[in-house]
Design a protein around this ligand. Structure first.
Ligand code: PAF
Length: 307
């Protein structure tokens, strides 16, 4: 397995491999690799001759420096994980490498980036789209793989690739879950053990709404209420958003579920450790709280007729 740190070296390798007829797949990550990332690598392996993983904690996509600096990092374990998974190349650029050359050009994606996390995390998708564009230009892959847990991120990247005519196929892969249903995320390790237990409220909320659709519920307000009620059962949970959106455009949906709709959740989980919370509020941050997202497409066509 090769580890490459510069865009120019990666581009040169991509040119050579493409000229030799290899089909290249890129799995962009921010490290702290888990089974969700490995499922992307495995999917990529089925469709490509070479699987390349990028590991870059993009500082510009965090709201504040504190969140960026506490994002989990596990470089040695990540390399080992990539080796064991048969990854061919790890691209691990330094910050300077990604910020070069002039910091004057960036990518702004429109409406699809506006609701949900776009509203809660201003500037986030602007930073994600820009760094993903740079990674695609560096690795020149035929295919690039992203997890569906970050549903809006995937929609933003698909939109950017279509609009700008990137010569790459974007592939989305299903959410991987823990035994109790919590979606895998690098942020899960930041949860206090009690918050971790309560975080199962997310998947319970998705299940409750899905079950309601299966028994014929089509009223959006009642579906949202079913989902929120499950989250409200977790004392450490604070809802950022619980929303239903058109599954393709992420545009608003009207009062009845007619077409497939995305049920998207973002929830903060506080720490029950009062001292940590007080320390954080003195520092002006929210560091003992961890924000998790999850989603499911509710498809009225796959269930009982309306009530
Ligand atoms: O999903 C992630 O890990 C990141 O947002 C990505 C796509 C690697 C861009 O930094």
């Amino acid at each position: 397995m090769r580890v490459i740190g510069t865009t120019s070296e990666l581009q040169a390798l991509a040119d050579r491999e493409r000229a030799a007829g290899a089909k290249l797949a890129l799995v962009p990550t921010m490290g702290a690799l888990h089974a969700g990332h490995l499922s992307l690598v495995n999917e990529a392996r089925k469709r490509a001759d070479q699987v390349w993983v990028s590991i870059f904690v993009n500082p510009t996509q965090f709201e504040d420096a504190a969140d960026a600096s506490r994002y989990p990092r596990s470089w040695e374990e990540d390399l080992q994980c990539c080796r064991e998974a048969g990854v061919d190349v790890v691209f691990a650029p330094e910050c300077d490498e990604m910020a070069r050359p002039l910091r004057q050009t960036s990518i702004e994606v429109g409406e699809v980036a506006e609701p949900l996390c776009g509203r809660s995390r201003p500037g986030h998708f602007h930073a994600v789209a820009t760094v993903v564009a740079k990674l695609l230009l560096a690795a020149k892959p035929h295919l690039a793989f992203f997890g569906e847990k970050d549903y809006q991120q995937l929609a933003v990247i698909r939109c950017m690739v279509r609009d700008l005519g990137f010569d790459v196929e974007i592939v989305g892969a299903s959410i991987v879950r823990e035994v109790d249903g919590l979606a895998l995320s690098s942020r899960n390790v930041q949860l206090h053990p009690e918050a971790r237990r309560q975080a199962v409220a997310l998947v319970r909320a998705l299940d409750a709404a899905e079950n309601a659709v299966a028994t014929g519920e089509r009223d959006l307000a009642r579906l949202l209420q079913r989902a929120s009620a499950e989250i409200d059962k977790a004392p450490l949970a604070r809802i950022d958003y619980v929303e239903l959106r058109n599954a393709d455009s992420l545009g608003p949906v009207t009062d009845k579920l007619v077409d497939p709709a995305l049920l998207a959740l973002a929830v903060w989980f506080d720490s029950p450790d009062r001292d940590a919370a007080e320390r954080d509020s003195r520092d002006g941050g929210e560091r003992s709280a961890v924000r998790l997202i999850d989603n499911r497409v509710l498809d009225p066509r796959r269930s009982a007729s309306p009530q």
